[in-house]
Design a protein around this ligand. Structure first.
Ligand SMILES: Cc1ncc(COP(=O)(O)O)c(C=O)c1O
Length: 401
């Protein structure tokens, strides 16, 4: 996406046009996406005109309730679920917290053992750290060089007292797409609840809760051209789960709080607008970017797999480079990328995901994540490749001086 901003960088910035504007290229879609105009239009009536509370009994309330249930149906259909199995939340973080803590506390009579992978999002890792303090035992599965868990290791880790397996679907840093069919089969055979964090994969990779034996699925809206602050948790009917947020009993008594109707409408609309065409488009741009960088820049490599990878994700390491310096240099040119995930971008620790796939701390710190969107152009990608090449050379030269 090219956006124009008022010049706040130096006048000699070669990107500035005569009108004092800088070209901006957004390549950080795993952090968040712009709201699609179609989504924005769908939301508008529910901000001011049709603003009712879905719990109210009058016509404003009934209108809100109707659109809430329609949105629930649409999201359920995308997952192969039934509407009563969809709980709206404030986003991925809340859904993951509800899944882990809700299952843990409802099933502690059965056991206290939970299995996750080493490459989960920080909201899973930190929820688990908290659960450990509450007396639960959390086991972290290793991943291979490309970020895949080993199904045999999973099978061997499940014990009599295991209550939950939670494995991220599409990894937010390196794009690895786990084999949900295989994991789901093992969990179902062993009678253990299976949760996946599908925030990065939702709409990009098909999900079917029945076929994949999923008991809980986390999804959110702002990664798919919907508004921020809204998400959902699929909870299979009959699952033993405790609510985490108490109040007026909204969302089938599982998540109290007045529903964010404009956000939910936007989320449901966003879930419909990414199809095969957009996926292919993103993949083409991503491949062009990866091939361009690896061809042009020596001592660089792709982290994560080539196959079974999110269509928009590239994560690249450069020897003798500090990823944060490269990020800031690119930002000065108007190109937005990230190092690790947005949630941990203020941490100076090397990415736990890159460390888990075997990178040294120095290699992990020499990496950037570039995530394309459906509105990026080949021109933007080519310009970004050129800019990265130029800046990597500059930073390496500075280092050697
Ligand atoms: C894999 C994954 N899980 C969870 C989250 C958190 O979602 P939210 O920002 O909606 O709380 C994110 C977003 O950064 C994510 O990428």
């Amino acid at each position: 996406m090219i956006m124009k901003k008022k010049m706040d960088s130096s006048p000699e910035d070669h990107l500035s046009s005569g009108r004092g504007e800088v070209r901006r290229i957004y390549l950080d879609h795993a952090s968040t996406t712009p709201v699609d105009p179609v989504v924005e239009e769908a939301m508008k009536p529910f901000l001011s005109k049709s603003f009712g509370n879905a719990s109210s009994l009058h016509s404003f309330g009934r209108e809100a309730k109707q659109v809430l249930e329609k949105s629930r149906e649409n999201i359920a259909r995308k997952l192969g679920a039934i509407p009563e199995e969809i709980i709206f939340t404030s986003g991925g973080t809340e859904s993951n917290n509800l899944a882990l803590k809700g299952i843990a506390f409802a099933n502690r009579e059965k056991g206290k053992h939970i299995i996750i992978s080493r490459i989960e999002h920080s909201c899973i890792l930190n929820s688990c750290r908290w659960l450990e303090k509450e007396g639960f035992e959390v086991e972290h599965l290793n991943v291979d060089r490309e970020g895949f868990i080993d199904l045999k290791e999973l099978e061997n880790s499940i014990r009599k007292d295991t209550i939950l397996v939670s494995i991220i679907h599409g990894n937010n840093e390196i794009g690895t797409i786990q084999n949900l069919d295989g994991i789901g089969k093992i969990c179902s055979d062993r009678g253990v609840y299976f949760h996946t964090d599908a925030c990065q994969s939702f709409t990009k990779v098909p999900l079917n809760v029945k076929k994949q034996n999923l008991d809980l699925v986390t999804i959110n809206s702002h990664k798919i051209y919907g508004p921020k602050g809204v998400g959902a948790l699929f909870i299979r009917k009959g699952t033993r789960i405790e609510p985490w947020q108490h109040g007026g009993g909204h969302e089938f008594n599982l998540r109290s709080g007045t529903e964010n109707i404009p956000g939910i409408v936007g989320f449901a609309k966003a879930s419909e607008i990414t199809g095969e065409r957009e996926i292919q488009q993103m993949m083409k741009l991503r491949n062009r970017l990866v091939d361009g960088i690896l061809d042009e820049i020596p001592d660089s490599w792709l982290n994560g797999p080539r196959e079974n990878r999110l269509c928009n994700n590239a994560n690249i390491s450069f020897n003798r480079i500090d990823g944060n310096s490269l990020l800031h240099e690119l930002d000065r040119k108007g190109i937005s990328v990230s190092t690790a995930s947005a949630c941990s971008s203020h941490s100076r620790e090397p990415s736990h995901v890159l460390r888990a796939i075997g990178l040294t701390p120095e290699e992990a710190n020499g990496s950037i994540r570039i995530t394309v969107g459906k509105e990026n152009t080949t021109d933007e990608i080519d310009f970004s490749i050129e800019s990265i090449k130029e800046l990597v050379e500059k930073l390496r030269n500075n280092r050697e001086e």
